[in-house]
Design a protein around this ligand. Structure first.
Ligand code: AP5
Length: 257
């Protein structure tokens, strides 16, 4: 069951762009749930980790530094993260809102989000009615199992799991047939380091959003389609959004099975 800490909007207010930040430890299912929600709400899923990984592929000095930091499970400096984020959220597809997966990751970043994007004229109207911090709760033992079995498409970044979401052909992406790879930071020692960093730096954000009455807590241990259904049900009442006319919840979930 989710725990809902949110103020409901008045019904007669004009809808403003939706901003959803997805929080949770490594392997909680942030990317998996963000991608399903993005399809359903027709807003982009912005994964900061994926954006940074694509920059890290460059052989420039910045790319090499980035690759080393990410492979060892460190946080990337704010200046670089903000640069990458600002470029992405200025693209036109963010006009209806966005799902931020992996940002904020520190209290400092949460404050930057509030002083920057959320204070901008575009988002400021009715923001408290259209902002949700979604927390996916999972246990450490689950995380280690999920990340050791995760495989990523080397071309399109689609995510698989050897047991819970295997590709149709072993080792190949269902969408483009490219080779599936293991993320460099999914080695057990690096996962444990990322988890420690999450506890130190990111977990304190949860009480920040509880105080602001915008936190939706969901048990991330269930099958992913059940979690998605629970999130959608909660968000429909929190944000007074209708997904009817957009894609149907069930068919969206089926697309992701
Ligand atoms: P990032 O890519 O964001 O990594 P993360 O937060 O550690 O999260 P993950 O991608 O590992 O897991 P997830 O929660 O998305 O789980 P997923 O859905 O894939 O960031 C990587 C790095 O970038 C950071 O370490 C840092 O260096 C840098 N960075 C990023 N943002 C930053 C920031 N703001 N500031 C500074 N640095 C930043 O699922 C995991 C696996 O489980 C998959 O195989 C999936 O198929 C499976 N699965 C998912 N849900 C379920 C379920 N319900 N049941 C069974 N299996 C499931």
């Amino acid at each position: 069951m989710h725990r809902l800490v949110f103020r409901l909007p008045k019904m007669d207010e004009r809808p403003a762009p939706i901003v959803i930040v997805v929080l949770g430890p490594p392997g909680a299912g942030k990317g998996t749930q963000s991608s399903m929600l993005a399809d359903l709400l027709r807003v982009p899923h912005i994964s900061i980790g994926a954006l940074l990984r694509s920059h890290a592929r460059s052989d420039s000095e910045v790319g090499l530094r980035l690759r080393a930091m990410m492979a060892s499970g460190q946080l990337v400096p704010d200046t670089l993260v903000l640069d990458v984020l600002a470029t992405r959220i200025n693209e036109p597809d963010c006009a209806r809102g966005l799902i931020l997966d992996g940002f904020p990751r520190t209290l400092g970043q949460a404050e930057l989000l509030e002083r920057g994007l959320l204070k901008s004229p575009f988002y400021a109207n009715n923001l408290r009615h259209n902002f949700v911090a979604l927390h996916l709760r999972v246990q450490k033992s689950t995380i280690v199992g999920r990340l050791s079995g995760r495989r990523i498409c080397s071309r399109c970044n689609a995510t698989y799991h050897l047991e819970s979401q295997p590709p149709r052909v072993s080792g190949e992406c269902d969408f483009d047939g490219s080779a599936l790879t293991v993320r460099e930071d999914d080695r057990k020692t690096t996962v444990l380091k990322r988890l420690r960093l999450y506890e130190q730096e990111t977990a304190p954000i949860l009480s920040h959003y509880t105080e602001k009455a915008s936190l939706l807590e969901v048990d991330g241990e269930h099958p992913k389609e059940n979690i998605a259904q629970e999130i959608v049900t909660a968000m429909r009442s929190m944000l007074r959004i209708s997904t009817a006319g957009d894609k149907d919840v069930q068919s969206t979930l089926e697309d992701h099975l």
